[in-house]
Design a protein around this ligand. Structure first.
Ligand code: APR
Length: 252
């Protein structure tokens, strides 16, 4: 069985595909592990349509965001290992499902955020439908909305058009960002190694990305604390902590 370090050594067009598990060692809970976000909040409450129709869901969403990010999480050894691989010219891109911005903080430059980012908020319009934001273009850093919440507004509205304000993330039932998905698919098709880290690989279309790379001829390595549905397709599967495994496998 080829091991992870050998696969990494032999590749020079690596694409990393990351999930919430790469950030747990930075103190951000993932979604489906014990104690994860979806064990404490009901995901059916956090769809795009529920967000549009319910001020209470919007209030809960802001509270969840503030809880997740209040302690200013920092990148960990796994994020830094990917930035080193890019620096060495061996990693082409990080495709991430994460919204925390920690890859950029670790120094990664080509980061494709297929589920958006919580570091910005945007106007999605007054009555967007069919999972499609219909905003006026207003977009600010997330601290803008936290300041409005701290000043006592519990459902901040767009100052330009009165539309609903939402974090620039992709909720269940929301259209995926077309350009980001196109870029992610292109990267996967060009990769010689697709390295998934810290994802349960249960959410589509995101979890198609590793399979697209494999179908296009790339090797597939999965690093995750527990088994995933794609383990059977992988050339290498390593179960354990992303920080330790990547930190050891990617010598500087
Ligand atoms: N090291 C390695 N793996 C870890 C670690 C760690 N330190 N911590 C957690 N994991 C693993 C868990 O075992 C789990 O299999 O990471 C995986 C995280 O899976 P999820 O919680 O399902 O997160 P993710 O795969 O990113 O979810 C995908 O679902 O709810 C949506 O939009 C949300 O982007 C998210 C998407």
């Amino acid at each position: 069985m080829t091991d992870l370090a050998e696969l990494l050594q032999a590749a020079d067009r690596i694409v990393a595909f990351t999930g919430a598990g790469i950030s747990t060692e930075s103190g951000i809970p993932d979604f489906r592990s014990p104690g994860g976000v979806w064990t404490r909040y009901d995901p059916r409450e956090f769809t795009f349509d529920r967000y549009v129709e319910s001020a209470d869901v919007r209030r809960k969403s802001w509270a969840m965001r503030e809880e997740l990010f209040a302690h200013r999480p920092a990148p960990n050894a796994a994020h830094r290992a990917l930035a080193r691989l890019e620096e060495a010219g061996r990693l082409s891109a990080v495709v991430t499902q994460n919204i925390d911005g920690l890859h950029q903080d670790a120094g990664s430059r080509t980061v494709i955020e297929i589920h958006g980012t919580m570091r910005e908020v945007e106007c999605i319009g007054l009555r967007p439908a069919y999972g499609t934001p219909d905003g006026c273009g207003f977009r600010q850093g997330t601290e803008w909305v936290f300041a409005r919440l701290a000043a006592g507004e519990d459902d901040p509205r767009c100052p330009e058009c009165g539309g609903i304000i939402k974090s620039a993330t992709i909720s269940f039932g929301q259209m995926m960002p077309a350009q980001a998905m196109d870029d992610a698919v292109q990267q996967a098709q060009d990769a010689d190694l697709l390295l998934t880290i810290g994802s349960s690989l249960q959410v589509y279309p995101a979890a198609d990305i590793p399979l697209i790379a494999k179908d296009a001829g790339a090797r597939l390595a999965i690093v995750n604390r527990e088994p995933t549905p794609l383990d059977g397709f992988a050339d290498v599967v390593v179960h354990g902590s992303a920080g330790e495994i990547l930190g050891a496998a990617v010598v500087s």
